[in-house]
Design a protein around this ligand. Structure first.
Ligand SMILES: Cc1cc2nc3c(=O)[nH]c(=O)nc-3n(C[C@H](O)[C@H](O)[C@H](O)COP(=O)(O)O)c2cc1C
Length: 446
């Protein structure tokens, strides 16, 4: 049996709720029979036999499910837009690009339960009227790719994919497409360009992919975890799903917990669980007698949430309120040995090198911001440089073409909001309080 996959971290304090990860690490992901033995494909079969596409969309809408790929867009609304869009050919796409530092949720879901993702896509394709689809997965995820391809072959053999599925008029073919590992290719319009064989660069929206996506046809694009939520919603009912979580953020969220924390790995918690519960009750707290300093959520587009906000519930709105975002689910914990200027510089360097270069604000702006952060970390910056950095944050966020540039300043903005004293120490006192930055090495020589 090929269960070399990870499930969720142990749940000693009963804080987790496994919906997406219910089978992760428990069934053999390479055996369709194992998936069927736990009820797999029964939901899709029921849907095809007894529900109209409009009824499926209504259920998803009533569940309150929001996209798990970052922006939290209502899934039912997107599905109904694609269903209503005109076009003889419609496509369905699964975004498995997952490129943010510290994120490994989607990879683990694809590796641990590939049939769950496929079944979610089948139901979605039926609901919106798509007959062809792609799973776009970064090439650095060879095990996920192997298992998805194998799962597609098995599903085809069982007549679950192909022409006239289960004797109904519904037909669907799915293929895996490999991404070459560019962060920007996770952005939906860049991803679609990449599938079409063009350079993976974003384009202005509208038109949104729901109306004009792959080869100009209406295209539904959702994240891996979003699709993995579809089966339980239709199996247990929209009301059941809507009873989990908070008023505006329903269901659970899978997070990849990493950094300075006793237990690292995947977790799944109801929306509204606090950061404290995640870090201490599930993650086991901060090791080596150190103290918690901040947690970065939302990857390079997110922000650093300081200890003062450790009781923030994880839901779309609360995380935004404290200057971060849900993002796709990376959660990097930092202790008092981290320098927040260095953290901001790390994330900004990531965005600068991953910028596709198509728009000037992102291509040039992130490089200028990085240069200023370098000056600060080396003790060469003035207060004028700090003012310029803040101006650039504004300019890059407000004028970039896509979400990469628009969100690139977030780690700088959030660290300036909560840890301005550390920036001042580097600029005015020429010292790095955590002894991380080059300025502290100069200090040692002085
Ligand atoms: C720079 C950038 C990278 C992104 N990377 C991903 C990704 O790796 N996976 C993902 O699902 N969405 C990613 N997104 C969001 C997608 O554009 C899109 O909103 C998402 O796939 C829609 O699915 P959802 O509604 O189910 O969340 C990214 C967006 C940006 C701007």
């Amino acid at each position: 049996m090929a269960i070399d996959t990870v499930g969720a971290l142990p749940d000693e304090n009963g804080k987790q709720r496994l919906i997406v990860l219910e089978h992760a690490g428990k069934i053999d992901p390479e055996d369709i029979e194992a998936y069927m033995a736990v009820g797999g494909y029964a939901t899709c079969s029921d849907v095809l036999q007894s529900m109209t596409p409009a009824e499926v969309i209504e259920q998803i809408r009533n569940s309150g499910l929001r996209g798990r790929g970052g922006a939290g867009y209502p899934v039912g609304l997107k599905w109904s837009t694609v269903a209503k869009a005109h076009g003889s050919q419609k496509y369905i796409v699964c975004n498995g690009d997952e490129g943010d530092p510290g994120a490994f949720m989607d990879r683990s879901i694809m590796e641990a339960d590939p049939h769950r993702v496929l079944e979610g896509m089948m139901i979605a394709a039926y609901a919106v009227g798509a007959s062809r689809g792609y799973l776009y997965v970064r090439a650095e995820y060879p095990l996920a790719i192997k298992r998805l391809k194998h799962a597609i072959k098995q599903a085809e053999k069982h007549g679950l994919l192909g022409i006239n599925i289960s004797g109904t008029p519904f037909s669907l073919s799915l293929q895996v497409r490999l991404g070459a590992g560019a962060f920007v290719c996770g952005e939906e319009t860049a991803l679609l360009a990449s599938i079409e064989g063009r350079r993976g660069q974003p384009r202005p929206r509208p038109p949104y992919p729901a109306e004009s996506g792959l080869w100009g046809c209406p295209t539904l694009i959702n994240n891996v975890e979003t699709y993995a939520n579809i089966v339980p919603i239709l199996r247990e009912g929209a009301e059941w799903f809507a009873s989990i979580g908070t008023e505006r953020s329903k269901g659970t969220k899978v997070f990849a917990l990493s950094g300075r924390i006793a237990r690292t790995g995947m977790i799944e918690v109801p929306m509204g669980t606090t950061l404290r519960e995640i870090i201490y009750d599930i993650g086991g707290g901060i090791p080596d007698g150190r103290t918690f300093k901040a947690v970065q959520t939302g990857g390079p587009s997110g922000g650093c949430i300081p200890a003062a906000h450790i009781d923030t519930p994880v839901d779309y709105e609360s995380l935004k309120q404290v200057g971060s975002m849900m993002g796709s689910g990376g959660m990097i914990v930092m202790d008092d040995s981290s320098c927040m200027v260095d953290v901001a510089k790390y994330f900004l360097e990531f965005c600068m090198t991953e910028s596709c270069g198509k728009c000037v604000p992102c291509r040039v702006g992130t490089a200028q911001m990085y240069g200023l952060l370098e000056k600060i970390s080396e003790g060469r910056a003035s207060l004028d440089d700090l003012a310029l950095l803040e101006d650039l944050c504004d300019m890059v966020a407000n004028t970039s073409l896509c979400g990469l540039g628009q969100a690139a300043p977030n780690p700088v903005i959030s660290t300036l909001r909560y840890f301005r004293d550390e920036y001042m120490a580097h600029i005015v006192d020429k010292t790095c309080p955590a002894h991380v930055c080059p300025v502290s090495r100069k200090e040692a020589v002085r």
